[in-house]
Design a protein around this ligand. Sequence first.
Ligand SMILES: [Zn+2]
Length: 107
Amino acid sequence: MTVGLKIRREDMVVVIAGRDRGKKGKVQRVFPRDGMVMVEGVNMVTRHQRARPNLRQAGRVQQEVAIGVSKVMLVCKHCDKGTRVGFRLLEGGKRVRYCKECQETID
Ligand SMILES: [Zn+2]
């Protein structure tokens, strides 16, 4: 199972491990090959940017860094819980994700 299938861009996820445990955010990018995701407002680091004439954001810049996908769980939009994702086949062969908490189809 590749990462890109379980967690997708624009998903709401909750962090379940590490410094940002409990934080929720929207997935901004997925890196399937690395098993990493970048989540809005999660795993922020401060980068120091040297002032340059044509650079607007000089000084300290807050920026997200990708975290391992095993550290996040999808937040189900039906039951609002961090949940594991299952897959089911619809009639016609389309594969959709569903919430293992409430069994609702996610997409
Ligand atoms: Zn649910």
